[in-house]
Design a protein around this ligand. Sequence first.
Ligand code: BEZ
Length: 257
Amino acid sequence: MNEPTQNVWNANLYDREHDFVARYGKDVIELLTPKDRERILDLGCGTGHLTRAIAEMGAEVLGIDRAKTMIEEARKNYPQLHFEVMDGENLTFSQQFDAVFSNAALHWMKNAESVIAGVWRMLKYKGRFVAEFGGKGNVETIVREIENALDRAGYPDNIALNPWYFPSIGEYANLLEKQGFEVRSAMLFDRLTPLKDTETGLQNWLRMFANPFFKDIPEEKVLEILSAIERESRDRLYIENTWFADYRRLRVVAIKN
Ligand code: BEZ
């Protein structure tokens, strides 16, 4: 977790302020349709809420996450389930799974080819890969205003610390096919998402998720940059007293053939 592009996760705050992540993830579980006794890998499980939802449908699930704080919280939340700290870009298990599931995690893994190769290794023949994450154009306004604010504040080099990977359908489907997957569906759609806490919603989101951009910037400068991002995003993202994130999801289903 020492690479500059990785976020530092406060698992408690994540659960308190960003519980919509798990709520929206329920749709992806429907797409997965876990069956009784299937072995399923939840890749980037966070605090484990969706791992539990999958387990409740009768599957044997293993939740993994690169962030130790998330896995500690997941184990506290669901001591009866299995969780392990593991990097999605370097998946290693001796046993294979019927399906790999991932919600709101793959955009943190910039080495998509390694992730896809790992998912392939993890799957049994005919196993399915069902995932949703940020796609091309995700949080476009937020990213633009982060970049503008860093530039204006005299930190243009920090723009390169962008920790996210938001591929198009074409790019991601191509990577999947190159690996040998059969892509059954891929969809890119907008999901303007209300953020909790009306006045400070966007700043809380930035503090939680956009930290890597502010590496080595003094705190008083970070505060100025956050205010600038907020000011410049207000027209587009502050609607009827609520801040929104301009999420755009990429949802894919692929089969190992
Ligand atoms: C997302 O879910 O799309 C997302 C969350 C945090 C940072 C960037 C993207």
